[in-house]
Design a binder for this molecule. Structure first.
Ligand code: AOS
Ligand code: ZN
Ligand code: ZN
Length: 427
């Protein structure tokens, strides 16, 4: 199914009087503080978040999966789903593919299909954490770090294949997330494993197209539970620095041990010009892949505060980061969850744009923690929902995407088209 502009306009018309009232209120308040509303709206509109192809179906947990029906069965249908999201929120104009889950058979057709939804292809993801049916060697004991050189070559070759697919589609970056690690003390030589990983990444980096970037994701545990070769931002940064200027760290919000100061990591990486990309999600215990903003909206705001500051005062020339969601769904409709996630990201971004940076810097230089906190919380406690809604409406999308999703019976239509039992590939 496709959402018609007229359907959205009709829904927006109904909600307009109420929206106008709230939007006028906030515009008034911001204008009085010399904050240019029109440029805020433009910034919100140009902030686009890539949707991961693997988040369009139910992931579940290892204890069970409860598909709700109408999940996309093919790459075309995954693109259709992201197209639906983008039609509703005008904020998810890209898709991030995982190979081999999403091999594009007919490239020209896939590209045209994505273009018909105004979608771009963001980073492509390699998969050396699963064995594929026709694969010669197993990744059971690692991929790029493996003790067997043949396994490492196979994993390098796979990454090259992913780049080839990405190139054909117009993607410009490769995200490498490795499951590599060990579950028992003594099992693996830390130093050899890291050295081999660096050497393997060097081979991929050397053969990557000139205008491509490599994003290196880190994660402290899972699927292995004693050690992970790229356990933290420091290890990822070390690898990226040794590889070269087109290699960067990718921060996945769920990949930190409890209470880690993620906003500080963001600031440090930006200061080094090494923050390449983001996987947004939220977490209470670990790599929970929950809806963005569902657990720690203040932390999300603090992270955005660093991102906005880093982009505005870009002395270290950090490239514009790739914004992506990384999510998994067990209870919610995946599309509804993604609408909520995109909205949470936009809200945190808009709030961070409201921070009075000059006043904040002064408070910091004056060692006034009370004032510094007030300045941040003033922005965080501003209800920016009407701003984000206005940005969406102006861009031709829905004032309230989630309500529109339900009123237009999007899921029911997808179930009718694709069946009750259709299941998406990927986690
Ligand atoms: C795994 O924990 C990482 O977050 C990956 O980025 C991602 O979830 C994976 O590549 C998709 O399975
Ligand atoms: Zn991730
Ligand atoms: Zn993860």
């Amino acid at each position: 199914m496709r959402i018609d502009k007229n359907q959205i306009n009709t829904l927006n018309d109904k909600a307009l009087p109420d929206h106008r009232e709230s939007f006028e209120y906030i515009s008034h308040k911001l204008t009085a503080r010399d904050i240019p509303v029109a440029s805020l709206i433009e910034k919100i509109q140009s902030f686009q978040i890539a949707i991961p192809s693997w988040a369009l179906g139910t992931g579940g947990t290892r204890f069970g999966r409860f598909p709700g029906g109408g999940e996309p069965r093919t790459l075309e249908e995954k693109i259709d789903d992201v197209g639906l999201l983008h039609a509703l929120n005008a904020g998810s104009g890209a898709i991030s593919l995982h190979i081999p889950w999403d091999i594009p058979e007919n490239v020209a057709q896939i590209k045209a299909h994505a273009a018909s939804h105004n979608l771009l292809f963001d980073a492509v993801n390699s998969n050396t954490f699963q064995d594929q049916p026709e694969q010669q060697k197993s990744y059971k004991f690692g991929s790029l770090c493996h003790s067997d050189a043949d396994v490492r070559s196979q994993a390098v070759a796979h990454n090259m294949e992913v780049i080839r697919h990405g190139e054909a589609l117009g993607s410009k970056s490769l995200t490498v997330w490795l499951a590599d690690g060990s579950s028992f003390p003594g099992q693996m030589n830390f130093r050899k494993a890291l050295q081999r990983t660096l050497d393997s990444l060097r081979e991929i980096y050397a053969r990557m197209p000139e205008d491509w970037k490599m994003f290196i994701e880190y994660k402290p545990y899972e699927p292995y539970f004693y050690h992970t070769v790229i356990q933290d931002w420091g290890t990822s940064h070390l690898l990226a620095s040794q590889l070269g200027e087109r290699a960067f760290t990718l921060v996945d919000l769920g990949h930190h041990l409890p209470n880690t100061n993620i906003e500080q990591i963001v600031a440090t990486l930006m200061m080094q010009g090494k923050l390449g990309g983001f996987h947004f999600n939220d977490s209470k215990f670990g790599d929970d892949d929950l809806t963005v903003g569902a657990m720690k909206p203040y932390q999300l705001f603090l992270i955005f505060n660093e991102l906005v500051a880093g982009m505005e005062d870009n002395t270290s020339k950090n490239p514009y980061p790739a914004w992506m969601i990384d999510a998994s769904h067990n209870l919610k409709d995946p599309l509804e969850d993604l609408l909520q996630s995109v909205e949470a990201i936009q809200l945190a971004y808009a709030q961070a744009l409201l921070v009075d940076r000059k006043a904040l810097e002064n408070a910091r230089e004056d060692n006034d923690p009370v004032l510094a906190q007030e300045i941040l919380q003033r922005a965080f406690r501003t209800d920016v929902r009407p701003l984000v809604a206005e940005a969406r409406m102006e861009a031709g999308a829905a004032l309230d995407p989630l309500a529109a999703f339900r009123t237009l019976s999007v899921r029911e239509n997808l179930v009718r088209e694709r069946g009750k039992k259709s299941m998406a590939t990927g986690l």
